[in-house]
Write a protein that binds this ligand. Structure first.
Ligand code: IPT
Length: 975
């Protein structure tokens, strides 16, 4: 038996590693030999099981749970997937054994040889040629082992990596995500000189001050004399070692015999400082020289000069108060799980940049190292979070001395790895692990090692946002109602910045009131933003027939958020798990293929670098809504939208404004007298190529209303045309409709409706199956009035429809009286269905993307046209989708321009889809939906806000539907 296994390290939390090298910020990826690729593989039922002679193969890096090994992904949120208490793990404990031969290059003779395993979950045991090498835990940080005495350059060595899936460590890796097993980041082998740069710590301030601290170790023990370091920073004079701080040479009495230290000090003149808006980076090369001047080791860093500090209750970057327009991001890919490529990470960040995000919390563990390089380069503020979440057993573990070592180990190794990234402005001690002495120990380590950055930990700060003596330098609540945040900021008690670590839960059709959050944040000193939960819908691409994950072969089998026929996006329960948390894993602002959800446009507008503030005295007020940049990187064009269908454009000259400044600019159009309602939009694009978007990429489109609609004259009643026809049930008979307009109070419950408790209530009230009864039908003068009752289980809605013939069609005046028993319903409105063939929706109202009453800030008013099939947003679990807010009129037409036209009495919420609300309610996955050939059209007198009640606050009271009488009027005409 493997000697390492005999120690049962998977049930020993005190053992965080054995034989593992210290973590360091010296990046050895460049120049290393990659061991990625196919490895021999066996999946054992437990770590104690014997190996057989039967090897298969599997790809590294990659989760074995996605590679047809028999072990599948499982999704649980808070609860552990097994019943054992910490530090125990179940006896059925899949254990992957990876093996391959490695040809150690002959030219590495005399060098120090190191194996790096990028990430393995959750316990890694390393052997070379049958000899034990080391152990490591922490599924999201690399582990390095020195192989020098074990391998012979020029000869092959057999490397065996054993990965135990469940362990004491699983109990502190209980994050809200899929459980996988395997080696999820690259494996590599590298060589250094026996004397090497063991660590490099860069401190670079916004005023150009640079300090580089180098640690040097000697593989052979004592440090020889005469070694020195130099540095090179682009655009600067060569950097030399600080003579006052030479701990490399034995003549210096402070020198230690096994650890050398040297320091470089410099001041960079006219430094270009780093911010997320201006990610200015400098290339720093640190060289370790032998006494004869030759170079023994080199370390490259892309550094940024910036300051981060907290003064009072403000978090400042380079002395400026910033806003955190953040998102929580997991390492995720729909085919490869937690294995993500550089290319994919770049695409994530580019997309976020295009939609105005400036911050990332690496929820809930240190991400792939390349993520931070990209954040430095593209410009993001990062909260780097340690791999600690003990959610299910949080209270017990936070003070459990057996886990003390693990807490400090995980936090300190993250800081040691990542400390030189300018993007990282805050360290996070982890997530949802209560608060105990183990956190204080970790915080103490960080405060000593890196006094240049604040620490946050939600679990500490939540006990008292105003405390000053806990492990968190910020109050960083999750899902706090905005009123509570405002009240705290106004209370006079606030002691530290308040930035929500999670807010606006993006599960399904969600993120209601995001704009209201931001209105409060930007008008309340003490509030600085937050991180939306979360970036990804973690849907795994799965074969529908046999439930297997598509794995790496599934590349390209999805488009626009939808899986190809025969595939679907799996969520909890779809791999046959009995213990799971369903679709709670699908709560991102992008689909599993990174297609943006409509909320992204909402965010883009909220985060706009330019705002249109007001329109007065024939002029517009433009504001620079950034913290550091001018507007010179942007180009713009004015657009005037008139109700009569015209859209005029004019070139725009953006004023020269510093951050926060405003300027009045003349209205670029003479407003036509006759145009009715009028809106001006500033279409803002990038002026030049940006690293995240080519020249001409739309950045925002702020809009202002210039003129309100004049009251529309009523269409004259006609008596000569065809009479209005209703059937025996009092239902309108119309050649273009296959289902007459009836009253609807039901929407296919959103995840917020379900988990927030509204939908269960609506079902109890019978709103999904109201029983309609005609009470009376009157005809007078060509008009028909139908009185009906819609009965639920606890109340009856009286509904009146009055049909009046008008030129070319019919006017429909409706009223519905909602009894007190139906307080807070999903919608009040009409629903009807059309004949097939009407495949294009054109409307005047907000768009073009989906919008709802409490999520409509990012959808400008305009004349929009979208094919019906593209109106629907394919949320993973089907639900209310595809709504358009503020619609004044619309047409639904066939290619030959026939069809129907609807004019509304005032801007209303509508939706046009291929699905009835009941179709959507009945389906669990998008692929189960069968589109109807006609359109299902909803016109709502009132539509409830979306809120975020699946995890966090519901919508606010102003977006709820009052009881009492609702009235709405619309006309229906044939085109
Ligand atoms: C919170 C978690 O921190 C996050 O990981 C995720 O689970 C999120 O909620 C919901 O999706 S914890 C929650 C119980 C408030």
């Amino acid at each position: 038996m493997n000697a390492l296994l005999a120690l049962r390290p998977w049930e020993t939390p005190e053992v965080t590693s054995w034989g593992r090298l210290p973590m360091s910020a010296v990046d050895r990826r460049a120049g290393a030999m990659s061991l990625d690729g196919e490895w021999r593989f066996q999946l054992l039922p437990s770590p104690d099981a014997s190996l057989s002679d039967l090897w298969s193969s599997t790809y590294v890096p990659g989760a074995w749970t996605l590679q047809d090994t028999g072990d599948l992904p499982q999704y649980t949120n808070v609860r552990m997937p097994f019943a054992e208490y910490p530090p125990s793990s179940p006896s059925e404990n899949p254990t992957g054994v990876y093996e391959r031969e490695v040809d150690v290059p002959a030219e590495w003779a005399g060098r120090r040889i190191v194996l790096q395993v990028g990430a393995a979950e959750s316990v890694l045991l390393v052997e070379v040629d049958g000899r034990p090498v080391g152990i490591s835990k922490d599924s999201h940080l690399a582990a390095e082992f020195e192989l020098t005495p074990l391998v012979r350059p020029g000869s092959p060595a057999t490397v065996r990596l054993t990965v135990v899936k469940w362990s004491d460590a699983s109990h502190i890796e209980d994050q809200d995500q899929w459980w996988h097993g395997g080696i999820t980041r690259s494996v590599l082998l590298y060589a250094t000189d026996p004397l090497y740069l063991a660590d490099v710590t860069v401190r670079s301030r916004a005023d150009g001050e640079l300090r580089v601290d180098c640690q040097v170790r000697h593989g052979g023990g004592a440090l020889p004399d005469g070694w020195y370091v130099t540095g090179h920073l682009d655009g600067c004079e060569p950097l030399t070692q600080d003579p006052e701080f030479d701990r490399l040479n034995a003549e210096d009495e402070r020198v230690s015999d096994f650890l050398g230290e040297a320091r470089i000090l410099a001041t960079v003149p006219e430094v270009r400082s780093w911010t997320a808006e201006t990610p200015e980076l400098y290339d720093l090369t640190v060289r370790l020289h032998r006494p004869d001047g030759t170079v023994a080791d080199t370390s490259h860093h892309r550094i940024g000069f910036r300051d981060v500090e907290i003064i009072g209750r403000d978090l400042l970057v380079n002395g400026e108060r910033i806003y955190i327009r953040g998102v929580n991001r997991h390492d995720f890919h729909p085919l490869t799980g937690r294995t993500v490529s550089y290319h994919d990470m770049r695409a994530d960040l580019v997309l976020l940049k295009r939609f105005g995000f400036n911050a990332i919390r690496t929820a809930h563990y240190p991400n792939d190292p390349a993520l931070y390089d990209l954040a430095d380069e593209l410009g993001f503020y990062v909260v780097d979070e340690a791999d600690i979440e003990s959610h299910d057993h949080a209270h017990e573990i936070a003070d459990d001395p057996r886990y003390l070592n693990a807490f400090v180990d995980r936090v300190s190794r993250m800081v040691l790895r990542d400390k030189n990234h300018p993007s990282i402005i805050i360290w996070s001690l982890g997530n949802e692990s209560d608060y105990g002495a183990n956190h204080d120990a970790a915080a103490g380590w960080v405060r000593r090692h890196d006094p240049t950055r604040p620490i946050q930990y939600e679990g500490a700060a939540k006990l008292d946002w105003a405390a000053t003596d806990d492990a968190s330098d910020l109050a960083c609540p999750m899902y706090a109602p905005i009123e509570d945040c405002v009240a705290h900021a106004l209370s006079g008690e606030q002691t530290r910045p308040l930035i929500q670590c999670e807010y606006s839960h993006a599960m399904g059709n969600s993120n209601g009131t995001l704009a209201d959050h931001w209105a409060a944040i930007e008008s309340t000193p003490g509030l600085q933003g937050g991180f939306i939960w979360e970036f990804w819908d973690h849907g795994i691409l799965q074969h529908v027939t046999d439930g297997r994950p598509a794995g790496r072969s599934g590349a390209g089998l999805y488009d626009n958020g939808v899986a190809a026929p025969g595939y679907r996006w799996a969520y909890g329960g779809d791999f046959g798990e009995t213990v799971h948390d369903g679709a709670f894993i699908a709560d991102g602002i992008v689909f599993p293929d990174r297609t943006p959800k409509p909320v992204m446009y909402e965010h883009r507008e909220i985060a706009a670098p330019v705002l249109l503030q007001s329109y007065r005295h024939e002029g517009l007020v433009v504001q620079n809504h950034q913290c550091f940049r001018g507007l010179d990187w942007l180009a713009a064009r004015w657009e005037l939208t008139l109700a009569d269908g015209r859209t005029l454009t004019a070139p725009a000259e953006l004023p020269d404004l510093r951050p926060g400044e405003t300027a009045a600019v003349p209205l670029p159009f003479a407003l036509p007298e006759d145009g009715g309602e009028a809106w001006v939009t500033l279409r803002v694009t990038t002026k030049d190529d940006e690293p995240w978007g080519p020249r001409g990429t739309e950045v925002c489109a702020p809009q202002l209303r210039l003129r309100a609609a004049a009251p529309t004259p009523r269409d004259a009643t006609v008596t000569s045309g065809p009479p209005v026809e209703v059937d025996a049930e009092g239902l309108l008979v119309h050649p273009l409709l296959t289902a007459a307009p009836t009253l609807s109070l039901w929407r296919a419950p959103t995840d917020n409706d379900e988990l927030g408790g509204m939908a269960p209530r609506w079902r109890t009230w019978g709103l999904d199956a109201l029983v309609r009864k005609v009470v009376a039908v009157h005809e007078d003068d060509g008009r028909v009035t139908v009185h009906a009752e819609y009965a639920g289980t606890v109340g009856v809605v009286r509904h009146v429809q009055r049909f009046t013939p008008v030129e070319g069609g019919v006017r429909i005046e409706e009223s519905a009286e909602l009894p007190e028993a139906f307080a807070d319903v999903a919608r009040v409105g009409s629903v009807f269905e059309t004949v097939p063939g009407l495949d294009l929706l054109e409307w005047f109202g907000q768009g073009p993307w989906e919008s709802y009453p409490d999520r409509s800030a990012g959808a400008p008013v305009g004349h929009h046209r979208v094919p019906v099939d593209e109106l629907f947003t394919p949320y993973l679990r089907p639900q209310e989708s595809g709504g358009r807010h503020g619609v004044r009129h619309f047409t639904l037409s066939a290619p030959d321009a026939t069809g129907l036209a609807v004019r509304l009495d005032e801007p209303r919420q509508i939706s046009v889809t291929r699905y009835r609300a009941t179709d959507l309610t009945a389906a669990a996955h998008h692929d189960e939906l069968i589109p109807r050939s006609g359109c299902v059209v909803h016109i709502d007198a009132a539509h409830r806000g979306l809120g975020t009640a699946s995890c966090g606050p519901d919508t606010s009271a102003s977006y709820l539907i009052p009881t009492g009488i609702h009235r709405w009027t619309w006309t229906l005409r044939a085109l």
